[in-house]
Ligand binder design. Structure first.
Ligand code: NG1
Ligand code: ZN
Length: 535
């Protein structure tokens, strides 16, 4: 009897000698060894949907900020969250099955152990970024989906957050929690209207130059702009740069959020003048960082930590001004990569609680879910704000007692709409920053002056086996290899305001070392010494 699962696996055999892992960002590696993985992800997506009684599951084909020759794939849960951990393990095991028969057997094993009725409908929604390998990999994925008998919707090119949005909309359609219309137009209309309402007549000052990393964010931003108030209507002047998706080899090259954050430099193609507000998206538009050059041509980065502090302070003001402070508290969630000065600013100046989690959006998201309003950002610009169900209800129910409260409440409600609750979204985050700056009447200089970042250095160290490095305390301390942490502590003691840690990357075959200290020289020195210790 024909076995469609085995046939699909046969069509896209796994290369010998490679081991795949579903990591922090799904499967991610060189595009030419991913065919078999995509087919198997199709099978897993169908199973996951069936396990959730036919709810829509998302599959995004992207390698975010990686070089053009890489690609990757990740799965999205029904409300737009990252894949459940148990299923990450199933995905990894499936990706590493050697033969078509093994794949087919494992498919049935999962169904059995998870009591999945294979007659339940499976629904999967798919999109990809602009990488040249995307079309081929989509074909491999579709072979898996068809073999598993899944219904699927292919949205073509989308940003990663747009795909998360579609998944959430499809699963909430027709319910009281409906998130929006599951179309691209629906996405632009929702965020465009929220931006206009949240501005509430305040005109953003100056313009904004947006570097789109030559990725999918370029054409999508160009489309979004059509739904934003024009300059004449009191809107924002947006200049789009690095939006060349015709030449896929230019993706993330000398541009994009990762380039800017890592090199602490504007993309060479930027023509922005002194004190002009600029931001950079990454290749799939799920992270954003701001920056500018001052009058002396010195570059200043306004990274994820800055976005978190800006947004937390704005929301704090709105909550107070609308008379909700007694019912709703705000917390900020960071990782160990957050600058020590940012953490101090949130705790001491904004007087808000800070949680620290391991690297990876799923950990931050999870911690933020426990708060009334959880503002979470990684320093590199991934992040969003999430509101608990009770908080959303309190905001919806609240009655303003005076015009001041009403004004704040209107802005707060529109701001909630403007924030992509499904996942961190560079385009929505960018509009949010613009709203906050407009209301505060702040220039980039004002924003920068809230606190001074401690000089810091991030190094990537190649080691023979990164799995030897095991951490505790939200990755801030090494427990293995034994003895190294003590030596790191000794180095940290030697500099002023020192802090350093080393951890295995979840996305690259390397150990990352982070160090910060009172001066550039001390931070660099500390990073180098810690790198020497882990080598
Ligand atoms: P790893 O490779 O585990 O450090 C990197 C980023 C994370 C996150 C993930 C996934 C740093 C230091 N690490 O993780 O913040 O963005 O990629 O996308 O930037
Ligand atoms: Zn990304």
């Amino acid at each position: 009897m024909a076995d469609p699962i085995a046939e699909a696996a046969q069509k896209h055999p796994a290369p010998e000698g490679l081991t795949y892992t579903y990591g922090t960002a799904g499967f991610r590696t060189k595009a030419d060894v991913l065919d078999s993985v995509l087919t198997r992800v199709g099978l897993i997506a169908a199973l996951r949907s069936r396990a959730l009684k036919g709810q829509w599951i998302g599959v995004m084909i992207t390698a975010s900020h990686n070089p053009p020759g890489d690609n990757g794939v990740k799965l999205v849960e029904p409300l737009g969250n990252m894949l459940q951990e148990e299923w990450e393990v199933l995905s990894t095991t499936m990706a590493n099955k050697a033969t078509p028969e093994d794949v087919s057997q494992y498919y049935r094993d999962i169904a059995k152990t998870h009591r999945i009725d294979l007659a339940t409908p499976a629904r999967v929604v798919v999109a990809r970024d602009t990488r040249a390998s995307g079309a081929r990999l989509l074909g491999c994925l579709v072979d898996g989906l068809k073999a598993a008998g899944a219904d699927y919707k292919d949205f073509g090119f989308l940003t990663t957050p747009q795909l998360h949005y579609m998944v959430r909309c499809l699963n909430t359609e027709g319910t009281p929690n409906a998130y929006g219309s599951p179309t691209e137009k629906g996405y632009y209309e929702k965020f465009g209207a929220a931006f206009k309402n949240a501005l509430k007549g305040k005109k953003p000052s100056g313009g904004l130059t947006v570097d789109c990393a030559n990725g999918v964010g370029g054409p999508k931003l160009t489309e979004l702009i059509k739904y934003l108030p024009s300059e004449d209507e009191g809107g924002l002047k947006i200049t789009v740069i690095n939006d060349n998706v015709i030449k896929p080899d230019s993706l993330n090259v000398e541009c994009g959020a990762d380039y800017v954050k890592t090199n602490q430099r504007a993309p060479p193609s930027s023509k922005a003048g002194p004190n002009d507000r600029c931001c950079s998206l990454d290749g799939d538009a799920d992270r954003v960082v701001y920056y500018f050059k001052d009058d002396s041509n010195v570059f200043h980065l306004l990274d994820g930590d800055r976005i978190a502090t800006l947004v937390a302070s704005f929301l704090g003001d709105l909550i107070r001004q609308s008379g909700l402070a007694e019912q709703i508290t705000i917390g900020v969630v960071q990782t160990a990569y957050a600058n020590g000065a940012a953490t101090k600013y949130v705790e001491q100046t904004l007087k808000l609680k800070v949680d620290c989690t391991p690297t990876g959006v799923k950990y931050l998201h999870h911690a933020a879910e426990k708060l009334d309003i959880g503002v979470y950002f990684e320093a590199n610009g991934h992040g969003t704000v999430i509101f608990s169900h009770e908080t959303l209800e309190a905001i919806a129910r609240h009655e303003a007692r005076n015009p001041g409260q009403k004004e704040a409440l209107d802005i707060l409600r529109a701001t909630v709409e403007l924030i992509n609750q499904a996942v961190g979204d560079a385009l929505s985050d960018m509009l949010l920053v613009e709203v906050v700056l407009a209301h505060k009447n702040w220039t980039v200089q004002n924003w920068l002056s809230t606190y001074d970042d401690l000089p810091n250095r991030l190094l990537k160290v190649t080691v023979s086996d990164r799995n030897r490095f095991q951490t505790t305390d939200a990755e801030r301390r090494l427990v293995k290899p034994e003895g190294i942490q003590k030596l790191i502590d000794q180095e940290v003691q030697k500099v002023r305001q020192g802090r350093a840690f080393a951890r295995a990357s979840g996305t690259e075959d390397a150990v990352r070392v982070y160090a910060e200290a009172a001066t550039r020289a001390e931070a660099d020195d500390l990073a180098r010494r810690v790198a020497d210790l882990v080598k």
